[in-house]
Write a protein of this length. Structure first.
Length: 585
């Protein structure tokens, strides 16, 4: 490159000097010079010499970090991915792993470890975190004196073992010699703000290692935030297209098939994903609570700088059903009610039984936000463009002559009508995905656990998949509770569904469940596993999922003529190969 005099801001002498210098500069030197000139111009230092030894800064230290996520529904994975992108913007070298995929031999070499994990069920690690959890708590776990770490927990305060997996990871990493970058943070269902604050603190700690100030980090993060059109924070209001009770007359259940419009939203999804719904509390329940507390429904309260009536706040914004341990502690209830008493009861019961006294603003300040409820998507987007279907079972029960209904399921069953609009978002679940079209699948679900398998079969029907498929389905009665029966019969006739095994528990004297059908088909079930089938389980974790897993282990042990330990090792291999997948709640 040779500079010409025409229209140049340089003198001839300067041009001669530049022509002698620039062609001989390396790429690194040119970059340095450009940065230097930009910096001096910005700060008004236009007459400073180009090289001043005293002002040359030491090279910025390269910082590396590994982010491991333990995720059942996808929230932990999404946060881990988001945090990694933001760290990369600040020149931190980041690797992101599902805990199931992290090579444990590499742990000793990690300088900075960030763990983002949910807790499953009663204090258990999520499925994709179990192997790493057991390794870290086992005899083979290495000493980690050179490790700096931090843990973010995602959980639900309605469980007494709130964020237990995160607590366990934090304690064990400390025990192995690790030093906390920043203290662990445990997040409730409304996790965005707490997670963001944790990450900001972590990022500042990491950047201090490199010599980059926290102010620079904050500027870069704010400039790289991605905004999704519709999300958990900005739900889409979907119109109700259809609502059908799938149970026949005479059933003691109500299970609703609901179809929602996504037309014009730009929203899409993949079979295995879930839909989040922001519900509202039943107005009669709200009024009963206000009466029990002697609070005027028109009293005004302030929530996050927004003023509204306490009735509006309790209907649309605040959780009034679940009696969490933190809530009881905030209210000063002593002694704490037993877990068995709290199960199924709500705030009205607590106010009446423990003579709780609160004014409107204190009540609003004490309650947590009304969280969204997640439902497995029951349709294929490819088969039903611009629609999403869900399967919702009405939760209803009685305790001491008082009738209760689930917040969302009761709202859908009693109030929702065709044409109404409800706030929704898509919850991705990469943990629960169909394998290749030519690979066999075994699907096991009871009740509304059938939902994702309807999406799976719709998808395979749409793509013309050749892989075999076997569905196990359980409910109470064949005549009244066989959800989507006509569709399954059609898929069986057309060959999209290869085999179906059903268990209707109340149609005979002895109760029969899906796990019994698995044991009856033990030989064939094992043959499917040996030819590469992926197992999917969806439904209740406390009972059904555990009973099904026990049955599968029994099948493996008997068919291999091996020990229980070896059967568990076989099932663990299936998990590592992503051939044993669960969507349980």
């Amino acid at each position: 490159m040779v500079l010409q005099v025409v229209n140049s801001p340089f003198t001839e002498q300067q041009i001669q000097l530049l022509n002698e210098l620039v062609p001989n500069l390396s790429a690194e030197q040119k970059t340095w010079l450009a940065g230097y000139l930009a910096a001096t111009t910005q700060h008004g230092q236009t007459n400073q010499p180009a090289v001043i030894v005293e002002e040359v800064q030491a090279p910025i230290k390269t910082i590396t970090a590994s982010i491991l996520y333990g995720s059942q529904t996808g929230n932990a994975k999404n946060l881990a991915t988001q945090f990694a992108e933001e760290l990369k913007q600040n020149d931190v070298q980041v690797e992101v792993y599902s805990m199931a995929d992290f090579p444990v031999k590499k742990l000793k070499k990690v300088d900075n470890l960030l763990i983002v994990t949910s807790t499953q069920g009663e204090g258990e690690a999520p499925d994709n975190a179990k192997t790493f959890y057991e390794f870290l708590h086992g005899a083979r776990a290495p000493k980690l004196e050179n490790l700096q770490y931090s843990v973010l927990g995602l959980g639900d305060t309605s469980y007494d073992l709130f964020c237990q997996t995160a607590i366990d990871f934090d304690a064990q990493l400390h025990k192995l010699g690790g030093v906390a970058l920043v203290p662990r943070v445990d997040c409730d269902l409304d996790f965005q703000e707490d997670a963001s604050n944790w990450f900001t603190a972590v990022q500042q700690a990491l950047l201090q290692q490199s010599g980059v100030g926290a102010t620079i980090a904050q500027e870069k993060v704010s400039s790289t935030q991605e905004v999704t059109t519709y999300s958990r924070q900005n739900p889409y209001y979907a119109e109700v297209l259809e609502k059908i009770n799938l149970n026949m007359t005479g059933s003691n259940k109500e299970t609703y098939h609901v179809e929602l419009s996504l037309e014009g939203s730009g929203i899409s999804f993949t079979p295995g994903d879930s839909i989040g719904i922001y519900p509202k509390n039943n107005i009669a329940r709200v009024q009963s609570l206000l009466e029990a507390l002697a609070i005027d429904a028109n009293d005004h309260v302030t929530i996050q700088q927004e003023e509204l009536t306490i009735q509006e706040a309790l209907t649309h914004r605040l959780e009034i059903t679940v009696l969490t341990k933190p809530l009881l502690e905030k209210l000063g209830v002593s002694p704490l009610p037993e877990v068995a008493w709290r199960e199924g009861r709500d705030l009205i019961d607590l106010v009446k039984s423990y003579d709780v006294k609160l004014d409107a603003q204190t009540l609003a300040d004490t309650l947590r936000k009304l969280p969204p409820r997640l439902y497995s998507i029951a349709s294929s987007y490819d088969a039903n463009p611009d629609e999403v279907h869900i399967t919702v079972g009405l939760v209803r029960y009685d305790i001491e002559e008082r009738h209760y209904e689930g917040v969302t399921s009761g709202w859908i069953a009693s109030e929702l009508e065709i044409g109404d609009q409800i706030p929704i978002f898509i919850q991705e679940n990469d943990h629960f995905r169909l394998p290749k079209d030519d690979e066999p699948i075994i699907m096991i679900g009871a009740g509304t656990g059938i939902a994702p398998f309807r999406a799976f079969i719709e998808q395979r029907d749409e793509t013309g998949a050749t892989g075999e498929s076997w569905l196990f389905f359980g409910e109470q009665h064949f005549v009244t509770d066989f959800l989507y029966q006509v569709e399954w019969q059609r898929y069986l006739k057309e060959g999209t569904l290869t085999k179906m095994s059903v268990a209707f528990s109340r149609d005979q004297a002895e109760k029969i469940y899906v796990q019994h059908r698995i044991l009856e088909e033990a030989k064939t079930f094992y043959e499917w596993l040996e030819k590469g089938a992926t197992i999917f389980i969806c439904g209740d974790e406390k009972q059904m999922a555990k009973d099904v897993e026990a049955a599968i282990l029994q099948v493996i042990q008997e068919q291999q003529n091996t020990t229980e330990h070896e059967a568990r090792a076989y099932l663990e291999r299936l998990t590592q190969e992503k051939r044993y997948l669960r969507d349980v709640y």
